[in-house]
Write a protein that binds this ligand. Structure first.
Ligand SMILES: [Zn+2]
Length: 247
């Protein structure tokens, strides 16, 4: 049996102070949800980013070592545009991230360090909807993040983290999935949209390698299209959608 598709999206929960976003690659959050991040940091909420890789396999014409340093710089700049100053990298290998206990442990450790109430990740499902296949890195990190939200709260799972001084944190109340084909909630993107465009534009080298379009046009068109489409299910305002799993 499939779940019925929710036609009207609900507002995201508001009663939280700290969020941690965990994704596979530099740019995942900028394509996915940085307009929401801008709105949240405006409200004084703390948000940190954790990236499983440095996106070193993302640019065909650039060897991975040089690419990693460049994409790390671009990611830090794009986070700063939406008010995020903490950006960490787990140094899993781009393109071949393995779902498993090593990944779950690294993400659980990050959750224990940052102690968020809200955890954000990118689409963990096989497709983006229809027949648009997702990448194995997104699936692995999305699934491991959903699992690690619980792992972080159990001191008997990964006891080595406790020995390193990372006490268990059972305070994650929601895991919100950006880019899901089955969203349940949304955030108004009106105030954050311009910064989201500038934030995506900080990945300039990546975008220039990806498209012949002018980067400014490409970034604005992409984010306008996705936030407008979501807005049709959220009172007509541009919006960022999430599939929210409660805990
Ligand atoms: Zn990605």
């Amino acid at each position: 049996m499939t779940d019925p598709l929710i036609t009207q999206l609900r507002p995201m929960p508001e009663d939280w102070r700290r969020a941690l976003a965990v994704v596979a690659h530099p740019d995942d959050l900028e394509y996915g949800c940085s307009a929401a991040v801008a709105a949240w940091t405006d409200q004084g909420r703390e948000i940190a980013y954790v990236l499983a890789t440095r996106g070193e396999a993302g640019i065909d014409t650039l060897d991975p070592e040089r690419c990693a340093a460049l994409r790390e710089r671009e990611q830090r700049a794009s986070a700063a545009v939406v008010g995020v100053s903490v950006v960490e990298f787990l140094d899993h290998k781009d393109g071949v991230i393995e779902y498993g206990t090593a990944l779950r442990r690294d993400i659980a450790a990050a959750i224990r360090r940052h102690r968020p109430e809200l955890v954000i990740t990118l689409n963990h499902r096989d497709t983006w909807g229809g027949v648009a296949w997702n990448t194995p890195d997104h699936v692995a990190v999305g699934r491991a993040t959903l699992d690690a939200a619980a792992d972080a709260g159990n001191r008997w799972i990964f006891p080595e983290l406790t020995e390193q001084g990372l006490e268990s944190w059972n305070g994650v109340r929601w895991v919100a999935i950006a880019g899901s084909s089955r969203p349940t909630h949304a955030v108004d993107a009106t105030a954050g949209l311009d910064r989201a465009v500038r934030s995506l534009l900080e990945h300039r080298t990546y975008i220039e390698a990806l498209t012949e379009e002018a980067p400014e046009t490409y970034a604005r068109d992409f984010l306008t299209r996705t936030t407008t489409a979501t807005g049709e299910r959220f009172g007509g305002r541009p919006a960022v959608a999430f599939e929210v799993f409660g805990r």
